[in-house]
Design a binder for this molecule. Structure first.
Ligand code: A3D
Length: 320
């Protein structure tokens, strides 16, 4: 059986980290694509030389030619421009929309059967645009955000309670932006609802609210600290978890920016919802009961995504 092929569109900070993780996990052979000449080839060479030390046989190549992603099983898209300090994810819209057009066409022409994971920001709008430009079925194009946002929430909760991160099951819904909805009612410490656990540990409600706020601003906190670029280790790790769920047909339930039609009162929108990922791609969107407050928070978040889609349609008439 031939090895799987993983194409990484964008070979910057996240792209390089994705290649290293995918190679270490022997997920398949890896193609790093970028418009910058020499850079993906250089990273591929450098990463290939980790093989003898780490003991992986994955072939890693770099390219500037879309023909080299032909037949890829999984494509992970990070092409575009990341945030600079003071820049919102939405400022990136115009630049990255043009990038999605080129990438969508590259995928359509070379690997239309791939499972495509988009990471480029502003995430919920870019994954929608990438799907439109590529013409792939909705279940084969998904956005990575919720796994990362939930991991941030889980990290902060584990620190607060001084418990293992393995026992924190955190839950974040909605768009990937400052309006995302960390849902405490579905967040547990090994099954114990987080608010109950907070009472046991003497942690106040206002402290949990602060952690929710820090989670919402979790990406921006790292942008400020780095001073140049945005987070890349945890975003790459999150997308790899999603790719593995697809390649292994694991049927994991992960929070992903999936296409939602009908559920959550939404009509054809990509937004963060619990999603089953297996060999069929995003096999099912799971609709959960929400409190009135959670519903209204989700509405604020999905309204923000809808606004971005309208802006995309204004910028590219083929999307209208
Ligand atoms: P960076 O290191 O700049 O890499 C982006 C790469 O894209 C660069 O190497 C560019 O040369 C390349 N590129 C630009 N235009 C094209 C094109 N048309 N075709 C192919 N490649 C191109 O950024 P990064 O890896 O740090 O971040 C990548 C994206 O992920 C940005 O949009 C970030 O905002 C986004 N991001 C999203 C999350 C989420 O949770 C959704 C988290 C962190 C970063």
């Amino acid at each position: 059986m031939a090895r799987k092929k993983i194409a990484l569109i964008g070979s910057g900070m996240i792209g390089g980290t994705l290649a290293h993780l995918a190679a270490k996990k022997e997920m398949g052979d890896i193609v790093l694509f970028d418009i910058a000449e020499g850079m993906p080839q250089g990273k591929a060479l450098d990463l290939s030389q980790c093989g003898p030390i780490e003991g992986f046989d994955a072939k890693i190549t770099g390219t500037n030619d879309y023909a080299d992603i032909a037949g890829a099983d999984v494509v992970i898209v990070t092409a575009g421009v990341p945030r600079k300090p003071g820049m919102s994810r939405d400022d990136l819209l115009g630049i990255n929309l043009k990038v999605m057009k080129a990438v969508g066409e590259g995928i359509k022409n070379n690997c239309p059967d791939a499972f495509v994971i988009c990471i480029t920001n502003p995430l919920d709008a870019m994954v929608w645009a990438l799907r439109e430009f590529s013409g792939l079925p909705h279940n084969k194009v998904v956005g990575m955000a919720g796994v990362l946002d939930s991991a941030r929430f889980a990290t902060f909760l584990a620190w607060e309670f001084d418990v293992s991160v393995k026992d924190v099951n955190a839950f974040v819904l909605g768009g990937h932006g400052d309006t995302m909805v960390p849902v405490t009612s579905y967040t547990t410490i090994n099954g114990i609802p987080v608010n109950d656990f907070a009472k046991i540990k003497g942690v106040s409600e206002s402290r949990i609210d602060e952690i929710v706020k820090r989670t919402r601003a979790g990406g921006g906190e790292i942008v400020q600290l780095l001073g140049n670029g945005s987070a890349y280790y945890a975003p790459a790790t999150s997308a790899i978890a999603m790719a593995e769920a697809y390649l292994n047909d694991s049927k994991r339930i992960l929070p992903c920016a999936s296409y939602v039609e009908g559920k959550y009162g939404l009509d054809g929108l990509y937004v963060g919802v619990p999603t089953m990922i297996g060999a069929g791609g995003t096999e099912e969107v799971i609709e959960i009961e929400l409190s009135d407050e959670e519903k209204s928070n989700l509405k604020v978040s999905t309204d923000a995504v809808e606004e971005l889609l309208e802006a995309c349609k204004g910028l590219d008439s083929s999307l209208a």
